[in-house]
Design a protein around this ligand. Structure first.
Ligand code: ATP
Length: 240
């Protein structure tokens, strides 16, 4: 079954067409990476798919529900870990998780928080204020918090942006652990991240979704020697 079906999805900001009539299907349990150069329309797409902003036109179906009619039901089954980490700096890690559990009115909240502490190995930082943590830890906490409502679909917008290679690889492990259990849509500028984590990759250029496939398929199609070259070929229309 498709978790997400998108039909002619478009977003215009005044004269700027940020997303230009894209069609997309993402299967349940799939990890789909959305790549593109700066300003290609990735974040705008994620914001529409997660119900944060309204499309100018087009349809979004999430688990067979229509985003226009069933917005509230859809929001119950998805969550977003945004580019800017969504955690309160003056609260401890535990307080942040408790706060999010409150927002989502999680019934068995202590059990859920304990599960997340284990999954993300947060024990050593659990009583520290998040503003005192490194960027890597803050991202981990932010992603942990986005799982508080057991989402069926999770949007990760540049989850490892600016992290050092160790912190990035640690987060990859966490994301790999979620693979298959929930549907994940990830945006990234790191080719290696898309290649190693995702089942399929979509490439956006100037608001258009110009290609979709596995990294192997995209390498083969462009006759490139590696995925980065394949991406550059597709993103520049073969001009670089
Ligand atoms: P990046 O990789 O730099 O994060 P992106 O692929 O996520 O880029 P978007 O942030 O979706 O790209 O932006 C797509 C286009 O829409 C850009 O030209 C951007 O300037 C424009 N845009 C985005 N948000 C707005 C807004 N609120 N008002 C006007 N234009 C916007």
């Amino acid at each position: 079954m498709n978790a997400i079906e998108v039909n002619k999805l478009t977003k215009k900001y005044k004269d700027k067409i940020a997303v230009n009539g894209i069609d997309l299907q993402i299967k349940q349990g799939e990890l789909f990476a959305l790549l593109g150069t700066n300003g290609a329309g990735k974040t705008t797409t994620i914001k529409m798919l997660s119900g944060l902003i309204l499309p100018t036109s087009g349809d979004i179906m999430i688990n067979k529900m229509d985003m226009k009619k069933d917005t509230f039901k859809i929001k119950e089954i998805l969550n977003v870990s945004p580019q800017e980490t969504a955690i309160a700096p003056n609260l401890t890690v535990k307080e942040n998780l408790e706060f999010m559990a409150g927002v989502y009115q999680i019934e068995n909240k202590n059990k859920k928080i304990d599960e997340l502490i284990k999954l993300f190995k947060l024990e050593e930082v659990i009583n520290k204020k998040t503003k005192t943590l490194s960027g890597g830890w803050q991202r981990k906490v932010s992603i942990a918090a986005s799982l508080i409502n057991d989402p069926k679909i999770l949007f990760l917008d540049e989850p490892t942006l600016g992290l050092d290679v160790i912190a990035r690889k640690e987060l990859w492990k966490v994301i790999e652990g979620l693979k298959g259990k929930i549907t994940i849509i990830l945006t990234t500028h790191y080719m290696e991240e898309a290649e190693s984590l995702s089942d399929r990759i979509g490439i956006m250029v100037n608001g258009n979704l110009v290609d979709i496939g596995t990294s192997k398929e995209l390498i083969k199609k462009t006759k490139a020697k590696n995925f980065e070259d394949a991406f550059v070929n597709i993103a520049t229309g073969g001009e670089l």
